[in-house]
Design a protein around this ligand. Structure first.
Ligand code: SF4
Ligand code: SF4
Length: 360
């Protein structure tokens, strides 16, 4: 038996009023009529709690696009789960936020597309979205939800990092996640338009280092640096099938949000098989669990039990082989492919990138 998972990401819907070109949702989005019902989610939340899950991340798309979001939070709390709502804020009225508070919602993670209306509305593809988000942020602060600001950074907004951190303080966030775009889903489609330059990345690291020292005690800063500029991969999902799982809008259970990009894996639905069986015995979860499957390069490496060979979906996306060592790794032959991509993409050739916006 595998160790129990600690966290579950419930992608309640792929619907979203925004259309960010870096959205981590798959490029084949699921339509509303495929979504699980309230009762089906209630059952999955209880199964997750029974399996050992402690934290539930309610995500999307935009989870507020579900008219039953309050009932779903009630169901999650009744199952004993800590609940975190990952939202763009669009669709959350003061009345709905108060109802979420009453339902027992523990934490809000608000996404930020930019620090000005011009930037945020361009990235989100939604005119007026920034102003609406700022109103929602005021109500989040008034109600007193613990708040994390989730700022996704890329070429167009990485130079605004100091203002982004200031905004987290202004909105009363306790934590900011500065996440440089990971190239999965729509972000992979838009990679060349989103790729930051090395100078931007170096400057961002200095800003983060300074802010961590300066704001100690006031703001927790988590920085996810851009993979392609790293020398070694990160321990994706803390190791495949080790601590977390994802459930998509139609109930498909994935080892990570991008796992469906690996074509030879077989995925099961929580409506067809008990969640515990899928976690413990599902072929997709056992495909890359642990370290036995790792290639020789990683088997003999001192970082084997630190990064577990990196990200399977990245190996798939860049090398077309999910079993390969993550091409971020300087020791891997695949690194040359990544360096070649970076050489082509890191220097912007156009001022205003022509994004492919996420569309249902
Ligand atoms: S990344 Fe943007 S488009 Fe994707 S779910 Fe979040 S707010 Fe919506
Ligand atoms: S060789 Fe494998 S285990 Fe070693 S650093 Fe590279 S990816 Fe990690």
């Amino acid at each position: 038996m595998a160790n129990p998972p600690l966290a579950m990401l419930a992608e309640l819907t792929h619907r979203c009023p925004l259309s960010c070109p870096y959205c981590s949702n798959p490029t084949e989005l699921l339509a509303k009529d495929t979504e699980l019902s309230t009762d089906q989610w209630r059952d999955i939340f209880q199964q997750a709690a029974d399996l050992g899950v402690l934290q539930l991340h309610l995500s999307g798309g935009e989870p507020a696009s579900r008219t039953d979001i309050i009932e779903l939070v009630v169901a999650a709390r009744e199952a004993g789960l800590y609940t975190n709502l990952i939202t763009s804020g669009i669709g959350l009225t003061p009345k709905r936020l108060e109802a979420l508070d009453k339902a027992g919602l523990d934490h809000v993670q608000l996404s930020l597309q930019g620090v000005t209306a011009a930037m945020a509305d361009r990235i989100g593809g939604y005119k007026g979205g920034f102003d609406r988000k700022m109103h929602v942020a005021d109500h989040i602060a008034r109600i007193g939800f613990p708040l994390t600001l989730n700022a996704v950074m890329h070429r167009a907004n990485l130079d605004d990092l100091p203002a982004t951190i200031d905004m987290a303080l202004r909105l009363g966030a306790r934590r900011i996640e500065i996440a440089c775009v990971q190239f999965q889903g729509w972000a992979l489609t838009n990679r060349s338009a989103l790729q930051p330059s090395r100078a931007q990345v170096d400057a961002a690291k200095r800003v983060v280092k300074d802010a961590i020292e300066r704001l100690k005690g006031d703001l927790v800063i988590d920085f996810v640096p851009p993979d392609y500029y790293s020398d070694f991969p990160k321990a994706c999902m803390n190791g495949w099938g080790s601590t977390g799982l994802n459930v998509t809008p139609d109930g498909t259970v994935l080892p990570c949000h991008a796992a469906a990009t690996i074509p030879h894996l077989t995925f099961e639905k929580a409506t067809d098989r008990p969640l515990a069986e899928i976690w413990n015995d599902g072929p997709a979860f056992n495909a890359y669990r642990g370290t036995d499957w790792l290639p020789d390069l990683c088997q003999s490496c001192e970082r084997r039990d630190i990064d577990f060979g990196g990200c399977r979906c990245q190996a798939m996306a860049v090398l077309g082989d999910a079993s390969a060592t993550d091409p971020v790794c300087r020791k891997s032959a695949g690194r040359a492919v990544l360096d070649n991509l970076l050489a082509q993409e890191e220097t912007p050739t156009i001022d205003v990138p022509d994004y492919v916006y996420r569309k249902l």
